[in-house]
Design a protein around this ligand. Sequence first.
Ligand code: PLP
Length: 399
Amino acid sequence: MITANNHYFELPANYLFQDIAKKIKIYKEKNPNAKLISLGIGDVTQPIPMACVEAMHKACDEMGKLETMRGYGPEQGYEFLRQSIVKNDYLDRNIEVAADEIFVSDGSKCDVGNIQEIFDVSVKVAIPDPVYPVYRDTNIMAGRKISYLPCLKENNFLPSLPDEESDLIYLCSPNNPTGTVMTKDELKIWVDYAREHHSIIIFDSAYKEYIRTPGIPHSIYEISGAKEVAIELRSFSKTAGFTGVRCAYMVIPHELKAKGPNGEMVKLNPLWSRRHSTKFNGVAYIVQRAAEAVFSEEGKKQVKSMTDYYMENAKLIREKLTSVGLTTYGGKDAPYIWLETPRNITSVDLFEKFLNEAEIVCTPGSGFGQYGEGFVRLTSFGTRENTIEALNRIGNLKL
Ligand code: PLP
């Protein structure tokens, strides 16, 4: 008899997120005129840069003409986009990455899950807690053993090296949900660990465009020796508002190796290339042209102004909450603010207070892992108007 992948039954049932969705629904039914404002959304609200819109229009016109239409493209991404990424995201920051180390995809979420296929199911995984839940759930689905690395106020929300030997380590900086970032020295500790233990780091820098503090690494390859031990994930979603357009990329350096069938070290870049071209048929030409436009002069200016807009929201959130006696973390180099609940109330209690007394939606930290308890995540992805209105309401709350 056929057996299901029973690891799916080991997934933490997302009662918390279901429960908060239910509470919001009930509140809306009871208060049909309520003007709820979400400070919980992880999605963008501003239109994508005009440079990208224009590039898409142009690419659409090309698709409508016999001489310029495109069919299947290269699975790994068009050369024009891979070269633009190499130049703008790496060489301009003095990092050497080759175009054939870049793999364009339809999103980092898929990359997080798919990359695991080139590793044996027995590899031991280390994941920070709280965390972007996709790292955890995709590994549970694959039946891997996970150790969790607590990220607490006491350690500045930075994971400490694992007690148990770990093969595959997920790191995210700027971090979702805590909004904190890793310095070069902090990241170097992990690169050194991975080199010593022959582990591989999956470094997710989906929010790199929000870094404002000079010296904070945008790429793990800013750390010497990282190309031998790290895969980097990048996404256009939060960089350029592409959450609905879908484009990301992953860097698999030629230096990266793992144990092969006869105990010898084998290169992972060709393995991933094989996997990508077997199971994926490339990102739409129109979308790749839009992504390329992110790196045009106009595109860069528009991306900066869009991320500045959100970061100004983040500043308003931090300042207002601090002025009413609350404690916040993050929000300086990331669009997320990690708000400590007052008087040790639970994150769900604070969520309910915000909802029932201020008509504001936030995300309870416990939804991101057990060590997220005692915090809620606020995002700066709202409109300015809504952000200011939400902050005024919080200012009037008795907390
Ligand atoms: N990585 C992190 C840390 C995220 O927060 C998100 C989305 O919220 C993603 C990856 C997914 O990005 P994409 O839209 O490219 O799938």
